[in-house]
Design a binder for this molecule. Structure first.
Ligand SMILES: NC(=O)c1ccc[n+]([C@@H]2O[C@H](COP(=O)([O-])OP(=O)(O)OC[C@H]3O[C@@H](n4cnc5c(N)ncnc54)[C@H](OP(=O)(O)O)[C@@H]3O)[C@@H](O)[C@H]2O)c1
Length: 271
């Protein structure tokens, strides 16, 4: 049986859908599981039950400080070892993302997985195209962007999910592999053309000031978001390799369309 964690999340949902479509024996794990699913809250280590799981798809657990995320992932790996899980697929972060504020938790989890004695596959996901679009700001004049002219090789969530499902369905072939999962690079200028909207550059200092002034953000979020902006702006997430094409058996979908759709959802709608 394949168990996918974080089943209520956007990535995990799509992985589960693809596994069902492939006829796999899949169970959902979540803090709030659907009927037939397993309750899995990584913040409650004593209650983690992974008995009967052959392949665990460990979707990285949410947005939080590094110590919180690492405690969650360590607890799951400990339970996987104890309960005899055969293979762990971990959804990590693309290698080029080492300058991002949330990279450390991913790299530390990869290290723990390599040392765990479990069989593993590491899926290093590029920045979601949908996230790139959602991070753009709007004012009356159109889009505002901290990303400059930087290219970003951001794949769609759905292509990443399909790749994860392919690996989870036949994990033996992928044991010990680290996949760098990127899509065709695009710029915010390309998103703006899709939307036929003007775009104004937001220097990093002004972007950070706005983040720090936002009451909606948790303390760890402004530096994390600013790290995404500077990495994209300066071309650190631009490189596109072939691992995703290899797993999908076709070219990844262009992320620019998904990014534009996500940006459009944030646009001010007429009352
Ligand atoms: N590559 C990227 O661009 C990128 C961007 C943002 C985030 N991420 C990472 O990728 C993951 C999946 O992305 P997404 O878009 O699907 O995020 P999402 O829709 O916001 O879902 C958040 C996920 O975190 C899980 N989670 C939170 N706290 C948990 C806990 N205590 N125990 C177990 N699971 C917990 C949720 O599981 P349940 O609610 O079902 O328990 C859910 O799967 C995120 O959690 C994050 O680590 C990647």
């Amino acid at each position: 049986m394949i168990l996918v964690t974080g089943a209520s999340g956007q990535l995990a949902r799509r992985i589960i859908t693809h596994l069902h479509a492939a006829g796999a024996d899949v169970t959902e794990g979540s803090r709030s599981p659907a009927s037939g699913g397993r309750t899995l809250d990584f913040d409650s280590p004593a209650a983690l039950d992974l008995t009967g799981v052959e392949t665990l798809v460990l979707v990285s657990a949410g947005y939080a400080e590094d110590d919180v995320v690492l405690a969650r992932h360590s607890a799951v790996l400990e339970a996987a070892r104890r309960d005899g899980v055969g293979h762990v697929l971990y959804t990590s972060l693309v290698g080029a993302g080492d300058h991002l504020g949330f990279a450390l938790a991913h790299r530390a989890t990869e290290r723990a997985l390599r040392r765990s004695g479990l069989d593993w596959t590491i899926m290093r996901n590029g920045l979601y195209a949908e996230l790139v679009g959602a991070l753009l700001l709007w004012d009356e004049g159109g889009l505002q962007s901290p990303f400059g002219d930087g290219h970003v090789a951001a794949p769609t969530r759905d292509d990443l999910a399909l790749a994860a499902a392919r690996v989870a369905a036949a994990p033996g072939r992928h044991a010990g592999s680290v996949y760098e999962l990127t899509g065709p690079p695009f710029t915010v200028g390309d998103i703006a053309r899709e939307l036929d909207a003007p775009v104004q550059d937001l220097p990093l200092g002004e972007y950070r000031r706005r983040l720090l002034a936002s009451p909606a953000l948790l303390p760890f979020e402004p530096p994390m978001l600013a790290s995404i902006a500077t990495s994209v702006r300066h071309g650190f997430l631009a490189d596109h390799g072939s691992d995703l094409t290899g797993l999908l058996g076709r070219d990844p979908h262009p992320g620019v369309e998904a990014a534009a759709a996500a940006a459009w959802l944030q646009s001010p709608q007429p009352a």
